[in-house]
Design a protein around this ligand. Structure first.
Ligand code: PAF
Length: 282
């Protein structure tokens, strides 16, 4: 695997691939890699000649100083994992290399997607995501880029950014990868205490029950049921639960047969914030 720490050297290497008509698949990450990331890389390997992975903990997308400071950094293990799935190129720049001295995000308009769910609770988060993902796309110039559906709102926002800016690449959303007990894989899971780790699968168990209820119950009844479930669970604090339409991400009050819905949830397990979602069928 080739490793690059600055844009110029990376671009030089990618230019050679591109001039030989090789297609580039790109998987942006913040490191602390797990099976979920590896599944994106495997998918990118299947569909492209060359796979580039970036590892960059992007400061401008964190709304919480402590979360940024404590974000797990496991670069040596990450490199081993990347080599185990035959990743071709790693790009791991410093904050200065990306932002120079101006560590601020640009302002984006994602047609309202940014104001829903995560946007209500994480001030400026999607401006930070938009800034780094656009910058990385401009550096790597991939043919396709791969993102997990765990961050479904992020995925929709990136698709919107690509469309609005006519960026010449395709965005691929990939299924959520879960631990055996159902907990959605996340780099933050390693920061859970033992007791929070034990109770965390309750989140996906609840979502699976929501999926069953969605066939026959009103949305308002389901919302109330979920809130009550979490009230009985002292180790988990529900931040939000909502059933939203996939396209607009607006919370739904009634079901319409021509629309696709998902249930979205954010929960604090102690100090660690976990998110998850599930596709619903009406
Ligand atoms: O999903 C993530 O890990 C990050 O938000 C991303 C897309 C790598 C941007 O920093």
């Amino acid at each position: 695997m080739k490793k690059f720490y600055n844009k110029k050297d990376l671009k030089g290497c990618l230019l050679k691939y591109k001039s030989n008509n090789k297609t580039i698949g790109f998987v942006p990450t913040m490191g602390a890699l797990h099976e979920g990331h590896l599944s994106l890389i495997k998918k990118a390997k299947e569909k492209n000649d060359v796979v580039v992975v970036s590892i960059f903990v992007n400061p401008t997308q964190f709304d919480n100083e402590e979360d940024l400071k404590k974000y797990p950094k496991t670069i040596e293990n990450d490199i081993k994992l990347l080599e185990s799935v035959s990743c071709d190129v790693l790009f791991s720049p410093s904050v200065e290399e990306i932002y120079a001295k101006n560590i601020v995000s640009k302002k984006f308009n994602f047609d309202g997607l940014e104001h829903q769910m995560e946007g209500k609770f994480r001030d400026g988060h999607f401006d930070g995501v938009g800034t780094i993902v656009k910058a990385l796309f401009e550096i790597v110039e991939p043919d396709k880029a791969y993102f997990g559906q765990k961050d479904f709102q992020q995925l929709q926002i990136i698709k919107k950014m690509v469309k609005k800016n006519n960026l010449p690449l395709k965005i691929k959303g990939c299924p959520i990868f879960r631990e055996k007990d159902g907990l959605a894989m996340s780099s933050r899971n390693t920061r859970l205490t033992e007791e929070h780790r034990e109770i965390a699968p309750f989140i996906f168990k609840t979502l699976k029950k929501v999926k069953k209820k969605f066939y026959k119950k009103e949305i308002s009844e389901i919302n109330e049921w979920v809130e009550n479930q979490f009230k009985k669970q002292p180790l988990l604090e529900l931040e939000y639960f909502t059933i939203a339409e996939e396209k607009t991400l607006e919370s739904a009050e009634t079901k319409e047969s021509n629309k696709k819905y998902r249930a979205f949830i954010a929960v604090f397990a102690g100090k660690i914030r976990l998110i998850d979602n599930i596709r619903l069928k009406n």
